[in-house]
Design a protein around this ligand. Structure first.
Ligand SMILES: [Zn+2]
Ligand SMILES: [Zn+2]
Length: 137
């Protein structure tokens, strides 16, 4: 099965209609090795994506269907990555100066807290600091 077939199967498996924009978005995010913000996603898919509003709607649809995971960067800027990426011990490190976010695998992961009345589905870990570029500047 080719990469495109895999992507189509993933979309169909999530109950999504397969469109060129969605295939290209997922392909771009799988190829990126860090979470991608809307403007970068729009740039990565280029012509296939349509305008940023269309790209954003598709990112939302993919996130709601569980294909993508939304990651918050500096200023709660929303970024996206494939939900299949390292479900266990997957954390993020975010630069407080330039906003760059990278994935960290095998990070220690806290247990979900037990809070009365809540059904906790996920715990996300983000470490904050200066990236190598900003630390050197
Ligand atoms: Zn930085
Ligand atoms: Zn990540």
């Amino acid at each position: 099965m080719s990469a495109s077939d895999n992507i189509r199967a993933t979309l169909r498996g999530a109950g999504l209609r397969v469109t060129l924009t969605r295939v290209e978005l997922l392909r771009a995010l799988l190829a990126a090795h860090e979470p991608v913000a809307l403007e970068d996603a729009a740039r990565l898919v280029g012509e296939a994506g349509g305008d940023p509003a269309t790209v954003y709607r598709n990112l939302q649809a993919l996130t709601e269907a569980g294909v993508l995971r939304s990651v918050r960067g500096v200023g709660r800027r929303e970024m996206f990555e494939p939900a299949t990426r390292g479900a266990d011990g997957h954390a993020h490190i975010s630069c407080t100066r330039c906003g760059r976010v990278e994935c960290v695998d095998n990070a220690p992961h806290p247990k979900p807290p037990a809070v009365k009345g809540w059904q906790v589905s996920d715990v996300t870990v983000t470490a904050w600091g200066l990236c190598p570029d900003c630390a050197a500047a």
